[in-house]
Design a protein around this ligand. Sequence first.
Ligand SMILES: [Mg+2]
Length: 259
Amino acid sequence: MPVSIAVLAVICAGWLVGGQPATADPVRVDPGPEIAAGKVIVGSGQNLPSMESSNPWDIGSYPAQSVIAYQNGGVQLDQAEVAAAAVSWTRAWLRRACGGVKPETVRRCRAIAVFDVDDTLLSSYPVGLANNPQFGYDPAASDAAVMTCATPVIKASREVYRIFRSWGMATAVITGRPESQRTATVSCLAENGMSTWESVQLRPASDTGSAATYKKSARDLLIDQGWSIGPSIGDQVSDMSYGSLGRGFLMPNIRYFLP
Ligand SMILES: [Mg+2]
């Protein structure tokens, strides 16, 4: 994806890391052996601060025009590329693990795909755009957008969902949204054409660890229930860290990082 890498190189040239201007050249996603836990992560050319960082990070308003340009240009190409990789890999995985992609075969095999919600299936970009400063994190604005479903669908991910369902594959949501947003989340997904989920896990208020460890234990719960997890699709490395999945697919998100 040479176009998007070029765009990101422009963005990275001026972005902030921990409040300081970044000087390093952009690099491809490399989550490191511990986080990847032996699993491959397929991602776009996005560059973020250290994938092993334990600090949340957002891009803030400094390069707002570059963020807007990427959103209106390269992001769809990157989303489509990661989505195509997820479909291709999962088809091969189902043939290998379940003996085919016919619905009765896949259902018998208890194959499941995991999806994150925010900036994977539904976009928080309009919230960031409207914030002051732009692309900083405003919890109240984010919550309001969740409750009113003011989060447009990310079409490439919805297409992946639809293809998986057509193969008879089960689908699960694992989101960092709190339990209090369950009804709003499920109805917003349905409103956007994604109404069937075998499992929807939201983050309990008592869970105060990292997103990565919460999501890993949520995947382990699916495995304990007898599901066989193929792809995990998210916009954060923490959607696919520490294993308990077949392969991670990292949708582009240049606006923030959640450990
Ligand atoms: Mg997300």
